[in-house]
Ligand binder design. Structure first.
Ligand code: AMP
Ligand code: GLY
Length: 427
């Protein structure tokens, strides 16, 4: 069984690492992959957005399953492309079709979907350049802070939370005026939710679903959740405040109605769904959907799956996920993301990374690294995710931070407080 994983980050390394442990005879390919995936699979120098090249490598390597890591190829219709090509008949895609990827690709679609299916989310309205004045009146009736969301994919930068009314109006004018290109041609304005965030994840074959470990990520660059938003500076799973009763509410009020809603709307969704949630007074609300797994959440989810990941993927391919089991380990997994100096603003690349070979008690997931003249060097903002498991969070954190101290590269930065907000939290 030959499997192609699309993407090049820590998420894709973690998926590939987990699949490499399958008891089934899998041959793994990653496009384009990174030096970490090269250790457990064959990297192919192909851009996942170059669908024709993806098609060529599927045929050349007798690929029978494609696992799509990032959102952009999904939103651009990679699943539809593969499934509609007769030469690729029988190739299964783990990742939704374009219509399913709209859950992430259009905030307006996602909000409308939740409204249609009674899924708890912040109250909202959607505006366009032609309804700018209505948007201003809407905001006048709201209490600050104002939450403005560009409708389309904006690489994690499309959400603004602003306290000042005049500033919110001027930001809205810029968003509708094209600051995010077509992604901002519609803007969702919604109620601000107070609480604590976490994320839930499922895999679905469009009929049933299996719940994966939940996670909490650390989005801001600075300790104490300060400074700019990043792709994610670390993650923890399980989430201590996600009690069994809270997770039951998540399943009953959010996961089940989402899967049923997709069926009712005729969207044959096969892949992962990421639910960004706010726990507001013990009740879950959806902040966002993603049509993929999270990064760095995947770096803590995969190590906590005790059973064979391929069995779940095969369940999706064969539409019999209901008969597949998932075993989740009780251990805590944490990951600390080591990033380039300057990130999330501009940063240098090509700095040699040393010490990775000295790490023995953690799992190294490569995110933004490459090989240059036989040396491992930095090639992105997020460079390496250092994941550890332990019977409790503190042991896992101790291992990750001790491993982090063995690794070095010019300008490296990391958050020293991953998980610390969860330590004394009452459930
Ligand atoms: P999103 O890209 O939708 O995940 O939004 C980015 C971040 O903005 C989220 O992770 C939240 O921290 C925050 N956020 C988004 N929507 C809301 C909301 N309605 N209330 C409070 N915070 C929000
Ligand atoms: N870590 C957040 C995301 O993957 O969207």
């Amino acid at each position: 069984m030959n499997i192609l994983i699309l993407g090049s980050g820590g998420r894709e390394h973690a998926i590939t690492w987990k699949l490499a442990q399958s008891s089934r005879p899998l041959k793994l390919f990653v496009a384009p992959g990174n030096p970490g995936t090269a250790g457990v699979a064959t990297n192919l120098p192909v851009d996942p957005l170059d669908f024709e090249r993806v098609r060529e490598v599927i045929l050349a390597n007798s690929i029978s399953m494609v696992v799509v890591g990032p959102e952009v190829p999904l939103a651009e219709g990679i699943a539809d492309f593969i499934m509609s090509d007769s030469a690729l008949a029988g190739v299964e895609v783990i990742g939704p079709c374009r219509a399913g990827a709209m859950l992430e690709g259009s905030k307006d679609f996602a909000k409308g979907f939740m409204k249609r299916h009674g899924i708890p989310t912040a109250a909202y309205e959607t505006f366009t350049p032609g309804t700018f004045n209505d948007a201003v009146s809407f905001m006048r009736r709201m209490k600050p802070p104002y939450v403005l969301k560009a409708d389309g994919l904006a690489a994690g930068k499309g959400v603004l939370i602003i306290n000042d009314f005049d500033e919110a109006v001027s930001e809205l004018r810029e968003m509708l005026g094209g600051r995010f290109g077509t992604a901002g041609s519609k803007v969702v304005i919604e109620e601000y939710l107070r609480g604590i965030e976490m994320s839930a994840f499922v895999i679905t074959d469009g009929i049933s679903y299996r719940i994966l470990p939940e996670a909490k990520d650390y989005k801001r660059i600075g300790e104490g959740d300060t400074g700019k938003n990043t792709g994610g500076m670390g993650a923890v799973s399980p989430v201590p405040f996600a009690s069994p009763s809270f997770l039951e509410k998540v399943e009953a009020r959010i996961i089940k109605p989402t899967i049923e809603g997709l069926k009712l709307e005729g969207i044959d969704y096969r892949g992962f769904i990421f639910f960004g949630l706010m726990n507001t007074g013990g009740d879950p609300y959806v902040i966002e959907y993603n049509a993929r797994l999270g990064d760095p959440e995947t770096e803590v989810i995969m190590p906590r799956i005790g059973s064979d990941l391929y069995d779940l993927l095969e369940g999706v391919a064969q539409r019999d996920l209901a008969s597949r089991r998932i075993e989740i380990l009780p251990d805590t997994a944490v990951t600390v993301m080591m990033v380039s100096g300057g990130y999330p603003d501009s940063y240098g690349k090509g700095f040699p990374v040393s010490g990775v070979e000295n790490v023995t008690e953690s799992i190294i997931f490569h995110a933004g690294t490459t090989m240059k003249d036989g040396r491992l060097v930095t090639s992105g903002g997020r460079v390496i995710a250092v994941t550890s498991l332990g019977p409790a969070m503190q042991e896992a954190l101790d291992k990750s931070y001790s491993s982090v101290r063995k690794i070095s590269f010019n300008g490296m930065n990391y958050r020293k407080d991953i998980g610390s907000d969860l330590k004394n939290r009452i459930v």
